[in-house]
Design a protein around this ligand. Structure first.
Ligand SMILES: Cc1cc2nc3c(=O)[nH]c(=O)nc-3n(C[C@H](O)[C@H](O)[C@H](O)COP(=O)(O)OP(=O)(O)OC[C@H]3O[C@@H](n4cnc5c(N)ncnc54)[C@H](O)[C@@H]3O)c2cc1C
Length: 398
């Protein structure tokens, strides 16, 4: 690695000069040989992939790059959401993965910093180093779209809360070190008023985690059972009863930052698909496919443009609120479009089996089916937009 791209750690100015940060980061990513092992790396299991990506976070952390955008009190080097957005974009442009643990870091980190800064100071540094990652325990068997119906209970007992109940569809749940859970502290009928957010250690007595394999065969998700699991009251994120406000704050980041980083990855994947196809066929796309490739690119660029605006708003401290559902809907459209394109252009190999890069497209295609469900289904996002952004009149009979 050349001397001039060496260390961002604490480099003055990078936290306040976004362009300088981008240039220095780009130079580093282009020159650092230690990063080569993550270029084009393939993993056979989710567990292997997340651990491998945790190590990439460690490498980025060593020279400070993934600490920008997080407060110094939480192990960061200052800056804002735009620094994080630039990191994900530059990683993708350099042919590197956006580390998998970042998906939940972007979802759970911001509410922790905002509602429990003391916990962020204690626990976020290890996450940034890639030594641990967390899961989000919101959904339950009877509470997904209707989140306020959730039943997992937390009862106050001295300096602790005692949790009983179940969570389902927890991304990264099988390997997560901690779980940020939305639980009911109010009466069963209290809906969104009786909820509290709490950070639970996944290895605490009374917590058991069972991996859930998706159609791809990979353990991307988990179900989590709480059997009188004791959690210190100091692990509350926000006050008791404030869980809904914390969750709404969190969802802005889950929808908007996730849309941004997914767009950077999808643009890289589209480039890789084009390169794979043209390398096979005399440097031309298959006949009749250029229009669909162009449409897919246009969807991704539209998502990127919208998402950039949302990231800027979050960085300015604005409440994006229900408008983040626009980003979520655009993301679902672009993700399904990209993977359907790959399925159609890769043809028989996609269906019957082919080289590892084609296998990877097939596994990703399965996962892309979830993009209209995870983080709130597409139907529910459209209802949010109709009711809270466009203020459309209610449908008759609704
Ligand atoms: C890959 C993946 C990862 C996930 N990761 C997590 C995670 O980390 N943490 C977590 O807590 N959850 C996670 N989830 C769960 C996800 O948030 C829920 O699946 C989602 O909110 C939908 O809830 P549900 O599955 O209970 O479906 P339901 O709410 O039962 O919905 C079923 C269908 O009915 C439709 N529907 C429901 N209500 C309405 C309505 N009012 N109007 C119109 N249509 C409606 C929905 O659109 C959907 O098509 C994940 C899901 C997936 C697929």
């Amino acid at each position: 690695m050349s001397a001039q791209v060496r260390p961002a750690v604490g480099a003055s100015g990078l936290a306040t000069d976004l362009n300088a940060y981008r240039q220095a980061l780009r130079a580093y990513l282009g020159a650092e040989p230690r990063l080569d092992r993550w270029r084009g790396a393939r993993y056979t299991t989710t567990e292997e992939r997340i651990r491998g990506h945790g190590m990439l976070m460690g490498a980025l952390h060593r020279d400070g790059w993934n600490r920008y955008g997080w407060p110094e009190a939480a192990g960061g080097l200052a800056g804002d959401e735009r620094h994080r957005a630039v990191l994900y974009e530059e990683l993708s442009a350099a042919g590197l993965p956006v580390p998998e643990p970042v998906l939940m870091l972007e979802t759970l980190g911001p509410p922790l910093v905002r509602f429990a800064p003391y916990l962020a100071a204690e626990l976020l540094p290890a996450y940034l180093r890639g030594e641990e990652w967390w899961g989000q325990g919101f959904s339950e068997p009877e509470a997904g779209s209707d989140l306020a119906a959730l039943r997992c209970r937390a009862r106050r007992d001295g300096d602790s809360y005692v949790l009983s109940g179940q969570k389902l569809w927890t991304s990264h749940g099988a390997t997560a070190r901690r779980l940020m859970c939305l639980v009911r502290t109010g009466s069963p009928e209290s809906r969104h008023r009786g909820l509290t957010m709490v950070l639970v250690d996944a290895d605490a007595p009374g917590v058991s985690v069972r991996p859930v394999a998706l159609a791809s065969g990979r353990n991307e998700l988990a179900e989590v059972f709480f059997d009188d699991a004791r959690v210190p009251a100091s692990r509350l994120v926000g006050a008791e009863g404030e869980g809904w406000a914390v969750a709404m704050y969190l969802l802005q980041f889950e929808r908007a930052m996730f849309a941004w980083l997914s767009a950077t990855v999808a643009l890289r994947r589209l480039r890789e698909l084009r390169d794979m196809l043209t390398a096979r066929d005399g440097h031309r796309l298959p006949d009749g496919s250029a229009r669909r490739v162009g449409e897919c690119y246009a969807d991704l660029v539209a998502l990127r443009a919208r998402s950039a605006q949302t990231v800027r708003r979050l960085a300015a401290g604005e409440a994006v609120g229900p408008e983040a559902s626009v980003d979520k809907v655009l993301l679902a459209t672009a993700e399904t479009g990209l993977h359907d394109l790959a399925r159609d252009l890769l043809g028989a190999e996609f269906v019957l089996g082919g080289p590892p890069e084609v296998e990877e497209w097939r596994a990703d295609w399965w996962y892309s089916r979830a993009s209209t469900i995870m983080g709130g289904s597409a139907e529910v996002q459209r209802t949010i937009l109709a009711d809270h952004v466009l203020n459309l009149p209610k449908e008759r009979g609704a």
